[in-house]
Design a protein around this ligand. Structure first.
Ligand code: ARG
Length: 478
């Protein structure tokens, strides 16, 4: 049993069950680099402000560099007795430099420390996410370019509705991801605020240079209310909300991939490298990647709801409940990044069966609206035209025929306004007619592809400041 840094107040040792129950080290050791980076800058600031002697600040940062080296080398065995990453680092530092290590926690609490660490982690996670979104969008734009003339069945209610260009369909997902990355950039701005100096809850009685700490760690702002700073996890909620919406988009696309790759639809074939087989049915080639993205989306939603529920009843300021913010957050961050990356590979390698899609797009009376529009141009009110064509479709269906199988005489039985030209209506013509801004006509889609390309080129990566403790030690050396 190790002595706790807070043992002064206590007569008894912690019950081992309590120690195991309250420890977060198994989860928050993932914050080791962020924690040490924050400590390096905090110790340097204490030295610069003469809150501790400069020589001791130097000893502390050098000790922290060694601790980081040990952790990186896998030489540190984290145990529940260490409680959390903050206390673990301090204990490891004490092993390196002795009692001077005890000065690192001057003018700091674990409450503002953990707020700092998780903000640092969130910034990195968002920067990586935005980059992964951009890569997936680049794949979608490439697919759109390849399929700028591929006719595809468009659906509503999962019933064939009107033909579209496959490019148009891919660009719909580009748009969703464009909103996603904007949401993540917003969440980044909210995370990009430096909380150290808030102490446990009330601020600290030392002349800190908070602006300098923020600058060294690449933050653009500092928090302005210490109570809020140690209790605020809005940036995590916003991240998780953005992650949930983004996963929802991937999940919708996943559902389409699953459908399209069935023999019943047959519009795509996944690359062997992105499909899996069955242990019993030799013929199977399953879209497990898409299914798992669809499945994992539920967990991501759950983590958002978990955090909302965790926070809703908490009085100011810090409460230990907040330690439970991390498992779900880390899981979401991992799932989202992995899903975005694997989707990019899966989409880039799948094959589209253009013939099959073209056939499907022409069937199922998908050109009925176009026929109604012909009648409208000849003066018929749209409602009446709709009824005429509806009857024509009912008749065709009763004959087990497609519209292009009918004769002019059969057309004219439903409206004398039909002409022989109408019999030559094709899905290509239907698509070309939708030449409205945002429509599926090839010219419109080409313009959207160009706009998407420009948006990708203009997208700036989010700052991901270098938090390597050794680099920070060099950069902050006066
Ligand atoms: N491990 C805690 C967390 O993740 C931080 C420590 C705050 N603990 C405390 N007793 N004030 O939230």
């Amino acid at each position: 049993m190790t002595t706790k840094p807070w043992s002064g107040r206590f007569e008894k040792e912690t019950d081992p069950q309590v120690e195991a129950f309250t420890a977060s080290i198994q989860v928050d050791q993932r914050l080791a680099r962020h924690d040490i980076a924050g400590s390096v800058v905090h110790a340097r600031m204490l030295g610069r402000q003469k809150i501790i002697p400069a020589t001791e600040a130097t000893a502390i940062v050098q000790g922290l560099a060694e601790v980081w080296q040990d952790i990186q080398a896998g030489a540190v065995q984290f145990s529940p007795a260490m409680e959390d990453i903050h206390m673990a680092v301090e204990a490891l530092l004490a092993e390196k430099i002795g009692p001077v290590a005890g000065k690192l926690h001057t003018a700091r609490s674990r409450n503002d420390q953990v707020a700092l660490d998780i903000r640092l982690f969130t910034r990195e996670a968002i920067a990586a996410t935005v980059e992964a979104i951009r890569e997936l969008q680049a794949v979608l734009v490439r697919l759109a370019e390849q399929h700028g003339h591929t006719i595809f069945p468009g659906y509503t209610h999962l019933q064939r509705a009107q033909p579209v260009l496959l490019a148009h369909h891919f660009l719909a997902y580009f748009e969703m991801l464009q909103r996603d990355q904007a949401r993540f950039r917003e969440a980044y701005a909210r995370a990009d605020v430096m909380p150290l100096g808030s102490g446990a809850l009330a601020g600290v009685p030392y002349p800190l240079d908070r602006a300098w700490v923020a600058q060294q760690l690449g933050f653009s702002q500092v928090t302005t209310n210490s109570l809020d700073a140690v209790s605020d996890r809005d940036f995590l909620l916003e991240y998780q909300a953005a992650a949930s919406i983004c996963m929802l988009h991937l999940s919708r696309l996943a559902e389409e991939i699953v459908l399209w790759s069935t023999p019943e639809f047959g519009y795509i074939e996944l690359d062997d490298a992105y499909a899996t087989g069955s242990s019993i049915m030799p013929q199977k080639k399953n879209p497990d990647v898409a299914e798992l993205v669809r499945g994992k989306t539920g967990q991501v939603f759950g983590h958002l709801l978990g955090l909302l529920t965790l926070l809703k009843g908490l009085p100011l300021s810090y409460n230990r409940d907040m330690q439970e913010d991390k498992p779900g957050f880390f899981a979401t961050a991992d799932t989202l990044l992995a899903s975005l990356r694997v989707f990019a590979g899966m989409l880039a390698t799948m094959k589209v069966n253009r013939t099959r899609a073209r056939e499907a797009a022409g069937k199922g009376y998908a050109l009925a609206t176009d026929l109604a529009d012909f009648l409208v141009r000849r003066g018929l009110p749209f409602r009446e035209a709709h009824r005429c064509v509806g009857e024509l479709v009912r008749y065709a269906a009763s004959q087990d025929k497609q519209l292009h199988d009918l004769t002019l005489e059969e057309y004219q039985r439903h409206s004398s306004l039909f002409t022989s030209d109408d019999l030559g209506l094709t899905a290509e013509m239907s698509v070309a007619a939708r030449n409205v801004l945002g429509g599926t006509a090839p010219g419109q889609v080409a313009a959207q592809i160009a706009a998407a390309r420009r948006a990708l080129e203009e997208a700036r990566p989010l700052p991901a400041p270098d938090l390597d403790p050794r680099h920070l030690i060099d950069r902050t050396a006066s």
